[in-house]
Design a protein around this ligand. Structure first.
Ligand SMILES: Cc1cc2nc3c(=O)[nH]c(=O)nc-3n(C[C@H](O)[C@H](O)[C@H](O)COP(=O)(O)O)c2cc1C
Length: 338
């Protein structure tokens, strides 16, 4: 008699699969992810008790993920935002709303953004562009930014700085003051918790230094490498503009490069938290860059979440659960190479 009970009822089927799939599962050396050491001798198998939580933006995040600002004011936006907000609640994340600019002048699209009911107690930030901030400052109307945050029951306000996009967008907005100076005014004149982000080109070292000297709640990279709004605007433009101004879409900084810029600063800075975003393809990118960062960090995706939020809530959950499974494996098995 055996010393233990063998409950391996699928063994026969599994062994047959192994033989069938062995030749399909060849991977060459170029496909190896060179960022990590894999250390299987030092850990057991991670389970659902693996702690992935982080304290960030005065909240406990169950997983270190943020949903980057996206949509509003289109037909599908309400359902997308509802799906994203429900996921924040169910998985203990936070999110930024897409630009709430339209709400400064009309309540027509308010319900698209009105997601607090789906994510009670989770970090939620409203969103305006730097061009709208310029207008609010010029018109002495910063109280409207406070009202926006209050109406949406948000925890604060994200300001996106996107000059290259505005420059390439036929209907783009103008502003002449320096964004850091406008942000100083916002921080001086309101009590809003403020996050500052780019939209897919990232920030250079001097911008990062000056932004992190401000008492903002977090810097959100919006780095280059994923959704690229300069390119997106060129794709909307006429053929000659698209072709001839294309080099502008190739400007910017990757999230990895931006981590190096942040790490070189003399910490602590007034801003002590970062959201690593822009071109984050998966949990391994997030895990790697969070570990590289010298300041507390979570990571974020926009298009990655959007793709699955469009397919419905169940697909979004499957996606997030696979990200969690990947993060657990990364935490258990991997060490970062220097
Ligand atoms: C459909 C879509 C709409 C977006 N709208 C906004 C916006 O209104 N405000 C903003 O700050 N960023 C906006 N973004 C930029 C994202 O927040 C993010 O910075 C950028 O997409 C890079 O992240 P990714 O590479 O994970 O997509 C949008 C992105 C997408 C894909």
């Amino acid at each position: 008699m055996s010393v233990f009970e063998d409950k391996d009822s699928t063994a026969k089927e599994r062994k047959a699969d192994h033989i069938k799939l062995a030749f399909e599962s060849q991977l060459n050396e170029q496909a190896l992810d060179q960022r990590f050491y894999y250390e299987p001798a030092l850990t057991g198998i991670p389970d659902s008790n693996t702690d992935l939580s982080k304290y960030f933006l005065n909240h406990r995040f169950e997983i270190p993920m943020w949903i980057s600002s996206m949509t509003g004011g289109t037909e599908r936006a309400k359902k997308i935002n509802e799906n994203l907000a429900r996921a924040c609640h169910d998985y203990g994340m936070g999110m930024g709303l897409g630009s709430c600019r339209s709400l400064l002048t009309s309540n027509e699209f308010f319900e698209d953004f009105n997601v607090r009911k789906w994510m009670p107690g989770r970090p939620l930030y409203a969103n305006l562009g730097i061009a709208q901030l310029a207008q609010l400052i010029d018109g002495n109307k910063l109280h409207l930014a406070e009202k926006l945050v209050e109406d949406l029951e948000a925890n604060g306000l994200i300001i996106h700085i996107n000059p290259l996009q505005e420059y390439l967008q036929p209907e783009g907005d103008m502003y002449t003051a320096k964004p850091v100076e406008m942000l100083e005014q916002l921080l001086d004149k309101t009590r809003l918790s403020v996050i500052v982000k780019e939209v897919g080109q990232g920030f250079g070292p001097e911008s990062i230094r000056q932004l992190m000297q401000l008492p903002i709640a977090a810097l959100d990279f919006g780095a280059s490498g994923g959704t690229n709004f300069a390119l997106l605007e060129l794709l909307r433009a006429e053929a000659s503009k698209k072709e001839q101004l294309l080099p502008l879409a190739q400007l910017g900084h990757s999230a990895g490069e931006m981590i190096s810029f942040v790490n070189e600063l003399p910490h602590p800075m007034a801003c002590s938290q970062i959201i690593i975003s822009g071109g984050i393809q998966n949990f391994l990118d997030g895990f790697y860059l969070m570990n590289k960062s010298k300041v507390p960090a979570i990571y974020a995706q926009a298009s990655g979440f959007l793709k699955h939020a469009l397919e419905g809530y169940d697909q979004l959950c499957i996606y997030i659960e696979n990200q969690i499974a990947g993060l657990r494996a990364a935490q258990a098995f991997l060490k970062i190479k220097d």
